[in-house]
Design a protein around this ligand. Structure first.
Ligand code: SAM
Length: 281
């Protein structure tokens, strides 16, 4: 893990990962792993996609840059009896795996956090075997959570410790930035850049529009929990000027109150795309 990269092992991601489990299951349904296929869960977190992948009978490798979370994936695999699964501590940009060694790579809201998207994509394409497929999920820039991301980015960019205004504490990565100015990095939710990286240029890319609902007893309870334990939110709070913080936090709470689909509790609908890439279809 690069020394300045967000550590997803900070806080307690496990408290929030259940919200992404339906998306992991949908991803696996689309991927339809076959028994014996060599399959990688890239950015496994605490194993949301790894466990169903192992249950499918595929030969599973979980790759995850945060050592603590990789340990949680390993433990869940062991408890479920998948002693032949492999776990590897590595980022997507430098996969310690041979060329053409995977039939299937899945990544549930994980590779999208890469600081070097093209390098991460090159690695995925290198490790995929001929006929292999890559499926991942990526947030759209829409909905209250994207608004929160933008608010947080603005606040971090104004912090005195970030004179270049380009360090968002890791918070914004994974949600495409639509703010004007600067050279936009490749967007995982608009994955044409992947086709351009395939030697020979041939790639079949399909995608479907999906959504995740985040729920909690109230917007304020959710915000409290996120800032206490969600790694990216914790990093963003650390990166904002403390004097600016109360205003930023109030803005975030208001976005979530007004963005909730239900008045008496929090229901946040966040759109995403499920992308399937077959480089050599
Ligand atoms: C939102 S969590 C998703 C975890 C898991 N896939 C799930 O469904 O719960 C984001 C994950 O992406 C991982 N990640 C961040 N940057 C990465 C990178 N460059 N390469 C691979 N994984 C990365 C984090 O360590 C974290 O586990």
């Amino acid at each position: 893990m690069a020394s300045d990269a967000l550590d997803w092992g900070d806080g307690t991601y496990e408290l929030f990962s259940p919200a992404l489990r339906p998306a992991a299951e949908r991803l696996l349904e689309q991927a339809a792993p076959q028994p014996g296929e060599r399959a990688i869960d890239l950015g496994s977190g605490d194993g949301n996609a790894t466990l169903p992948l192992a249950r499918s009978g595929a030969t599973v490798t979980a790759v995850e840059p945060a050592p603590r979370l990789l340990g949680v994936t390993a433990q869940r695999l062991a408890v479920a009896g998948f002693s032949d699964a492999t776990t590897i501590e590595a980022p997507a940009e430098a996969l310690p795996l041979p060329d053409g060694s995977a039939d299937l790579i899945v990544s549930n809201f994980a590779v999208i956090f890469s600081e070097e998207p093209e390098q991460a994509a090159r690695e995925v394409l290198r490790v995929l075997a001929p006929g292999g497929r890559f499926l991942y999920t990526a947030w759209r820039t829409a909905g209250p959570l994207a608004e929160v991301s933008m608010a947080m980015r603005r606040a971090v960019a104004e912090a005195p410790a970030n004179p270049a205004g380009d360090d968002d504490g890791g918070f914004g990565r994974g949600i495409p930035d639509e703010s004007p100015g600067g050279e936009a990095p490749p967007r995982w939710d608009e994955p044409d850049f992947l086709a351009a990286l395939v030697p020979g240029g041939a790639a079949a890319i399909t995608s479907s529009e999906e959504f995740v609902d985040f729920t909690a007893s109230s917007p304020d309870a959710w915000v409290d929990a996120m800032f206490a334990d969600q790694p990216a939110w914790r990093a963003a709070k650390r990166a904002v000027d403390p004097e600016r913080w109360p205003e930023t936090e109030a803005e975030i709470r208001e976005i979530l109150r007004s963005g909730s689909l239900e008045p008496d509790r929090l229901v946040l609908r966040s759109p995403y795309v499920l992308v399937e890439v077959q480089p050599h279809a």
